[in-house]
Ligand binder design. Structure first.
Ligand SMILES: *[C@@H]1O[C@H](CO)[C@@H](O)[C@H](O)[C@H]1NC(C)=O
Ligand SMILES: *[C@@H]1O[C@H](CO)[C@@H](O)[C@H](O)[C@H]1NC(C)=O
Ligand SMILES: *[C@@H]1O[C@H](CO)[C@@H](O)[C@H](O)[C@H]1NC(C)=O
Ligand SMILES: *[C@@H]1O[C@H](CO)[C@@H](O)[C@H](O)[C@H]1NC(C)=O
Ligand SMILES: *[C@@H]1O[C@H](CO)[C@@H](O)[C@H](O)[C@H]1NC(C)=O
Ligand SMILES: *[C@@H]1O[C@H](CO)[C@@H](O)[C@H](O)[C@H]1NC(C)=O
Ligand SMILES: *[C@@H]1O[C@H](CO)[C@@H](O)[C@H](O)[C@H]1NC(C)=O
Ligand SMILES: *[C@@H]1O[C@H](CO)[C@@H](O)[C@H](O)[C@H]1NC(C)=O
Ligand SMILES: *[C@@H]1O[C@H](CO)[C@@H](O)[C@H](O)[C@H]1NC(C)=O
Ligand SMILES: *[C@@H]1O[C@H](CO)[C@@H](O)[C@H](O)[C@H]1NC(C)=O
Ligand SMILES: *[C@@H]1O[C@H](CO)[C@@H](O)[C@H](O)[C@H]1NC(C)=O
Ligand SMILES: *[C@@H]1O[C@H](CO)[C@@H](O)[C@H](O)[C@H]1NC(C)=O
Length: 502
């Protein structure tokens, strides 16, 4: 944005030189020049403070009016047989008018086209304030460059919905929860894409009200699709969600590609990036995620409610993602996983400046399983704890959970794990009732930043290391050489010595 501003300034300087020939206009050119510098500065300040995105903010609009004609915006590609413009339905992108009706009329028009390949809704550059609205099947929502859909920060516009069946509870508060800004149930063939336009939940007011306990219901996600299939979210930016950013719930065949997700790394509670929950066949690739909680968390329901609902998350692939989480972790599994989580691959992932790199979290009462999870080519860059497995994440929906429901954790593999500036590379703590079985580490070199003995911590862990692993692995693991020959048997220590201060 600053670059664009500077570019426009250059054009303006060229124009000023031309005008200077007519001396009477020289003074006017000076005034315009100063005004431009002023507007450019105020636009950059509002950008830095996390406010309006440059070209679409009020400074940007004025700048646009004053400068030479801009190159026309990149035209939206035709992705469906029929395409509409939000302005066709009375949309006004001034950041003030409420566009809920315009979105609803557009979605209604598209829902009539299901038999004919559906329809595309182009949202042109501008700031489109709206209350929550629903999508429909066979729909493409296209966000142009410089487009921002803004959630209205006043909860009286947000409908309440029943608690998710596999949670039995609003997650933060008992009873109903707020529905998401962009919502859909029982849909198929939905695409949200664009030229990097954005959906902004304007979560600041929600975070503040949450901190001050002024909300009686669980905060809303930004985008939530439930019981749906064949979903693509690509080439856009999601930011400042009141709660989780993208929550596909009990969905099949979901692709998230080339999406940027941004919210403040602190003071934005529970703003997870992407939470596939009881979903099958999910691909998350080429994303940059920096948020106030887990960047990605694979889930499948909570305690007895998740067990009764009984829908696992499986066949989940996460690749080429850069993640940052100062509060929680880059890539998580759990803690709600009572429907089971299986067949997850995480590869070519970089996690930087974070509290934790990858984490599996669960607790007694969850039941379910975490099976066949493989991590490959993961890079940690300045994280406090690299790999964490925790089985006492004792957060429960209510007191009705089964004290004998122990999750089963089996077959977790780590390969090509590298990094620097990591305080505790591994902290894998099972327990006598929830042991960690068949864990393996191969080709690992993590530069540590903390000279203390507990740098590769294990308890109630069974498995192996293969070949070269740095730092020196815990003694609970069998040691194999590169050729697959056993070098040293595990010494089972199963100490429960915890070191949570780091
Ligand atoms: C949408 O309509 C607005 C206002 O009529 C127009 O400026 C814009 O170019 C249109 N965009 C597309 C993609 O048709
Ligand atoms: C949106 O969808 C939900 C769930 O299907 C429904 O309860 C709600 O009435 C819909 N809202 C509108 C405005 O159509
Ligand atoms: C990612 O999205 C941006 C903005 O829409 C686009 O320019 C770029 O080509 C996309 N990259 C990939 C790999 O799809
Ligand atoms: C998309 O926009 C976000 C936020 O403005 C920016 O950080 C990101 O680099 C952009 N992505 C592309 C591919 O231009
Ligand atoms: C929350 O509930 C309390 C007690 O029922 C009530 O006094 C308060 O007005 C409610 N707050 C909101 C924002 O609805
Ligand atoms: C998954 O969804 C995409 C996008 O709608 C579709 O092209 C593809 O055929 C679907 N895959 C399956 C196996 O149905
Ligand atoms: C995302 O952008 C890339 C690069 O422009 C394009 O090839 C791809 O089709 C886009 N994806 C969607 C779903 O629009
Ligand atoms: C796993 O999901 C991908 C889509 O992400 C799909 O192409 C593939 O067929 C699925 N594999 C299985 C075994 O179902
Ligand atoms: C990885 O994702 C980034 C966007 O975050 C993209 O620019 C890059 O091309 C992707 N790399 C590969 C190998 O796909
Ligand atoms: C995980 O994959 C294995 C092997 O393909 C398959 O047998 C198992 O059913 C899958 N698990 C789930 C929960 O889909
Ligand atoms: C490992 O992941 C990084 C991204 O973090 C990527 O640039 C690199 O090509 C990957 N290497 C391999 C061998 O896949
Ligand atoms: C330590 O825990 C592992 C995993 O549960 C188990 O296989 C092993 O028998 C335990 N060893 C001792 C000495 O208790």
């Amino acid at each position: 944005m600053v670059e664009t501003g500077a570019g426009r300034l250059h054009q303006r300087r060229g124009a000023a030189a031309f005008v200077a020939a007519k001396k009477t206009l020289l003074a006017a050119a000076w005034v315009v020049g100063f005004a431009l510098v002023f507007l450019w500065q105020s636009a950059s300040i509002s950008l830095r403070s996390g406010g309006a995105r440059g070209g679409s903010g009020s400074g940007g609009v004025l700048l646009g009016l004053l400068s030479a004609p801009l190159p026309p915006p990149r035209p939206a590609p035709r992705l469906r047989p029929a395409a509409y413009n939000l302005t066709d339905f009375g949309g006004v992108g001034d950041g003030r008018a409420l566009n809920t009706g315009a979105f609803e009329r557009a979605v209604k028009a598209i829902s009539a086209l299901a038999e004919r390949g559906g329809g595309q809704l182009n949202v042109p550059p501008g700031r489109w304030l709206t209350a929550p609205f629903n999508l429909t099947s066979h729909m493409t929502l296209f966000l142009a460059e410089g487009t921002e859909i803004l959630g209205i920060p006043d909860e009286k516009y947000w409908p309440l919905m029943p608690a998710l069946p596999s949670y039995g509870y609003g997650r933060e508060r008992k009873g109903p929860r707020f529905g998401s800004l962009i919502h859909g149930q029982n849909l198929r063939d939905v695409v949200i894409t664009g030229h990097n336009g954005s959906i902004n939940g304007q979560g600041e007011v929600w975070w503040m009200k949450h901190r001050r306990r002024m909300l009686n219901n669980t905060r809303p996600p930004l985008v939530q699709l439930m019981w749906s299939k064949d979903i693509i979210v690509a080439n856009i930016t999601l930011r400042n969600s009141p709660f989780w950013h993208f929550h596909p719930y009990d969905c099949t065949n979901v692709t998230v590609s080339n999406v940027t997700i941004l919210s403040p790394v602190s003071g934005a509670p529970n703003t997870d990036g992407i939470d596939p929950d009881s979903c099958q066949d999910v691909l998350i690739e080429n994303c940059y995620i920096s948020v106030g909680d887990d960047a990605i968390a694979v889930k499948s329901g909570w305690d007895q409610y998740g067990t009764a609902y009984g829908r696992p998350s499986s066949n989940i692939s996460i690749r080429n993602v850069t993640a940052r989480s100062l509060v929680s972790a880059g890539i998580s599994i759990g803690s709600e996983m009572s429907g089971g989580v299986a067949n997850v691959t995480v590869e070519n992932v970089r996690i930087w400046e974070s509290r934790r790199g990858v984490r599996i979290k669960t607790a007694t009462g969850r039941g379910g399983y975490i099976h066949n999870i493989s991590y490959r080519n993961i890079t940690f860059d300045n994280v406090r704890a690299g790999i964490v497995i925790k089985v006492d994440y004792n957060e429960h929906a209510d007191d009705g959970y089964d004290r004998n429901a122990f999750p089963d954790i089996t077959s977790i593999s780590f390969k090509e794990i590298h990094g620097r500036g990591v305080r505790v590379p591994v902290r894998a703590h099972g327990s006598d009732v929830i042991p960690i079985k068949d864990i393996s580490f191969q080709d690992m070199s993590v530069g540590i930043s903390y000279k203390k003995k507990h740098i590769f911590q294990c308890s109630y862990v069974e498995g192996r290391v293969i070949g070269s692993v740095f730092p020196k692995p815990c003694e609970n693991l069998d040691v194999y050489n590169e050729q697959g020959q056993l070098v040293k048997r595990a010494v089972s220590l199963n100490s429960t010595e915890l070191d949570y201060d780091i």
